[in-house]
Write a protein that binds this ligand. Structure first.
Ligand code: KIV
Length: 273
């Protein structure tokens, strides 16, 4: 039974997230890729919805996030926007649409904002994408940063293991977080890094830090909805807490339906015209 009662009238803004950090109120964020799921998550009171490029894995079945295109992201984001009344909607700029060229980053961000109606974009990287981040921000588009494990760079990293365990990478991550803050990012996602490092970053920067596999000392948490609701099977990293087992519930529902058809018990007269 749910007890959380969000303030229905107030739309979540980047400024409210900042205020939440200041008063120590944790930020709750989840992924959404379509209208129906976004509507459920928003009505439940989620603060931020991320139209993540994890749609490439979860919705399209790709092994990595690299194949998803800008058009796909705009399509997913448009559905989410139509389902949401309150949450702040952030959209990943996909791989290949911003990294090497700040002009392309700006064009991609503007297309996402104009064509989907979302509120902000997210970009993976620190110093190396500084120009792109600045250019997008200069157009008035809020940017969320993303450091630590960056799935768009998976072929550079080689594995999905925890990042920044070594001092050199940890120091770079802290510096990158400061660069993103100085550029004007409104928040940063930290993915799969040691909790102690995430704590240092959270205390170093004034903007909200949202963790996934980054421990409890950050300003908020994000998970992939399909993982935390147990729709995806056979994915059980240490950081993932499952809040439901929808795979089992959905399978049982579909099997009951099949059985009713085979048994000729569906539809009944009452279910017919
Ligand atoms: O694409 C995504 O779902 C993400 C989260 C894991 C933060 O970037």
């Amino acid at each position: 039974m749910s007890i959380y009662q969000p303030e229905r009238a107030k739309k979540v803004t980047t400024h409210q997230l900042q205020a939440m950090k200041m008063r120590g109120e944790k930020i709750a964020m989840l992924t959404a890729y379509d209208y129906s799921m976004a509507k459920i998550l928003d009505a439940a009171g989620i603060d931020v919805l991320l139209v993540g490029d994890s749609a490439s894995n979860v919705m399209a079945g790709h092994e990595t996030t690299l194949p998803i295109t800008l058009e796909h992201m705009i399509y997913h984001a448009s559905g989410v926007v139509r389902g949401v009344e309150r949450a702040l909607i952030v959209v990943d700029i996909p791989f290949g649409s911003y990294q090497g060229n700040s002009r392309e980053a700006l064009t991609s961000a503007i297309r996402i904002m104009k064509e989907s109606g979302a509120h902000a974009v997210k970009m993976e990287g620190g110093e190396e994408i500084k120009q792109s981040v600045e250019r997008v921000l200069s157009a008035g588009v809020p940017v969320m940063g993303h450091l630590g494990l960056m799935p768009q760079s998976i072929y550079k990293f080689g594995t999905y293991n925890v990042r920044a365990r070594e001092d050199v990478e940890a120091q770079k991550l802290i510096q990158d977080a400061q660069v993103l803050e100085q550029c004007g990012c409104f928040a940063i996602v930290l993915e799969k890094i040691p909790a102690t490092l995430a704590k240092i970053v959270t205390e170093t920067v004034k903007i909200p830090v949202i963790g996934i596999g980054a421990g409890p000392h950050v300003d908020g948490q994000v998970l992939v909805t399909h993982d935390m609701l147990g729709i995806t099977k056979n994915f059980a990293p240490r950081f993932l807490r499952r809040y439901a087992e929808l795979h089992e519930i959905m399978t049982a529902g579909v099997q009951d339906y099949i059985q009713d058809i085979k048994n000729k018990t569906f539809p009944t007269e009452k279910e017919s015209y």
